[in-house]
Design a protein around this ligand. Structure first.
Ligand SMILES: N[C@@H]1[C@@H](O)[C@H](O)[C@@H](COP(=O)(O)O)O[C@@H]1O
Length: 241
């Protein structure tokens, strides 16, 4: 694991954007794994900036998002489809046919999980997976107690995640209680991983992820077993390292 410290959130976002942009420059047909939440918004903003400057071209890139809520239609304002449109896709030229996000509205969710795994495999696997970090150490929606060997699956969200994500919804009770998420096996199959964390409320989880024992109790700790992980943390999140 390489740990890079940034002064603050904006610098973390810029450093991350250079890493992602360099992958796309070196391999214009690369496959990116994308994350949602507040953390990667700055990264997407910086990538849009590099795109506008003509420094990076996403026309050949394929993307797979980590997760999606069960039951939210793609045009629901809180769906990760909407998030990706609002924060990234409307600013850059990723071809609509090459954007992938699990569909949490289909009746057969297990079949959707299998379809998603197969699509990642058909695309040749993920070159660079971007990850945020839950306060409880979750990655994607892989909550504590996850089985490391699972692929894309349906997850029940932890109470702490429901509380943390309530800020995005009009009413706390509106947060869907389940989601489709890439599993730890899917994430660990990516050739490179870029984990971002900013703010004091991530410091404990970052400490566990980087220095703690590898345990399903803190899902991000599994990243210690991956051969190519870069962690970018701002000073507040790096406080306990
Ligand atoms: N499924 C997402 C995760 O992918 C994200 O990393 C986490 C942290 O979010 P934030 O970046 O807003 O702190 O929230 C959600 O649970």
């Amino acid at each position: 694991m390489r740990v890079v410290t940034a002064r603050d959130y904006d610098q973390m976002s810029r450093k991350a954007s250079y890493i992602v942009a360099s992958r796309v420059i070196l391999n214009p047909k690369c496959v990116l794994g994308l994350a949602t939440g507040d953390t990667p918004k700055g990264l997407y903003r910086e990538l849009a900036f590099l795109f506008r400057a003509g420094d990076v071209d996403f026309s050949g890139v394929t993307t797979f998002n980590l997760d999606e809520y069960v039951g939210l239609a793609p045009d629901h304002p809180n769906s990760y489809q909407s998030y990706m449109r609002e924060h990234f896709f409307r600013f850059v030229n990723v071809s609509p046919g090459r954007r992938h996000i699990p569909d949490g509205t289909v009746p057969d969710l297990a079949a959707e999980c299998r379809r998603y795994e197969a699509a990642i495999e058909r695309a040749g696997g993920i070159d660079l997976q971007i990850l945020g970090l839950g306060r409880d150490g979750h990655i994607g929606f892989n909550e504590p107690d996850v089985k490391f060997e699972t692929g894309t699956h349906v997850v029940t969200l932890a109470e702490s995640t429901l509380e943390a994500n309530a800020r995005f919804f009009a009413h706390a009770g509106d947060v869907p209680r389940s989601a489709i998420s890439m599993g730890i096996r899917t994430i660990m199959s990516a050739r490179r991983i870029l984990l971002l964390a900013a703010g004091a409320e991530k410091a404990e989880a970052i400490r566990g992820a980087v220095l703690g024992a590898v345990t399903p109790d803190l899902p991000a700790s599994v990243l210690q077993l991956h051969p190519n992980v870069t962690v970018i943390v701002d000073e507040a999140a790096a406080r306990t390292l």
